[in-house]
Design a protein around this ligand. Structure first.
Ligand SMILES: [Zn+2]
Length: 293
């Protein structure tokens, strides 16, 4: 699936901002006998040219084989014997002093298991392990940076960000999302959560002052070739009205991208609702086509 997403992300962030396709691989039970069990996720990593990459914060220990090989090739057998067993019993810092703090993980991560502890489980279907988000956030941000998760679900990103002393904003359409954040904050961090929770529709501030929406009628008539955007019937300009696709009560703006022409009937059916309502009503046949033509 990720190839579709890659094209979309290229369009949003720019192809040159692409840094890595990270494979998060895991194991788990599977019932399929018709193809290989699907046991990996793709993480698409984008960033500006000089964006943060804290490789030292995500180093992981070398495996025993690598250590033994390095000892041999670098002639360190005088320091400790070539047997990997001699590492046992040494403290982590002793090993680190000998061989460095570990290596930067490759672009495939097989060292983060899917949720194993019952304690971490919330019952949310697509829940990701905290360790996965810890690595992503540690690598790509610094303390007090802002982390945004626009589909925060069961709040794993928020928890990891809070732990790592980042600021964070989580957005989710689920009504229970805010409760879940509060619950997990208490459970994982033992803190009294005092975040701000908003359910009002945010106002766009990036558009500046827009001309009155009705001034676009002529242009829209050209765009739509004189057809109503609901029933698709052709009308004279005076029988079409300018409609907000996303109603203003739902955060829709006067920007021409949010405007369309509807005939009187379609406009009255749609009212303050979204297009999906109008389309459903029209498809249901509960219409009087040609009305006011
Ligand atoms: Zn219509």
């Amino acid at each position: 699936m990720s190839h579709y997403l890659k094209l979309m992300m290229d369009a949003i962030f720019g192809r040159k901002m692409f840094k890595n396709e990270i494979v998060w691989a895991y194991t788990g039970p599977s019932n399929t006998k018709r193809y290989f069990p699907r046991k990996h996720d793709i993480i698409l990593y984008y960033g500006e040219l000089n964006s943060t990459f804290n490789y030292d914060s995500i180093r992981k220990p070398y495996d025993q084989k690598t250590l033994a090989r390095r000892r041999y090739s670098e002639g360190e057998s005088s320091i400790i014997s070539a047997s990997a067993k001699t590492l046992e019993g040494r403290s982590k810092s002793e090993v680190e002093n000998l061989f460095g703090a570990g290596k930067i993980p490759e672009d495939w991560w097989a060292d983060i298991p899917v949720l194993t502890s019952q304690k971490e489980r919330t019952g949310y279907r697509t829940q990701k392990p905290l360790n996965l988000l810890r690595r992503i956030i540690s690598a790509s941000s610094n303390k007090s940076d802002m982390i945004l998760d626009p589909f925060c679900g069961c709040a794993t990103t928020c928890i990891a960000a809070e732990e790592l002393q980042r600021q964070w904003v989580g957005i989710d359409i689920g009504e229970k999302a805010a409760d879940l954040v509060q619950m997990r904050m208490k459970e994982h961090l033992g803190m009294l959560y005092d975040g701000i929770h908003r359910t009002d529709i945010p106002t766009r501030t990036d558009l500046g002052r827009l001309p009155h929406y009705k001034t676009h009628k002529q242009t829209l008539y050209g765009f739509q070739g004189g057809h109503c955007n609901g029933c698709a019937e052709h009308f004279k300009p005076q029988n079409l009205t300018v409609d907000h696709i996303i109603p203003r009560s739902g955060g829709g703006t006067d920007h021409i991208g949010n405007l369309q022409l509807l005939c009187g009937y379609c406009n009255s059916v749609k009212g303050d609702r979204g297009m999906e309502y109008l389309i459903a009503r029209l498809e249901h046949g509960n219409t009087r086509r040609g009305y006011m033509k």
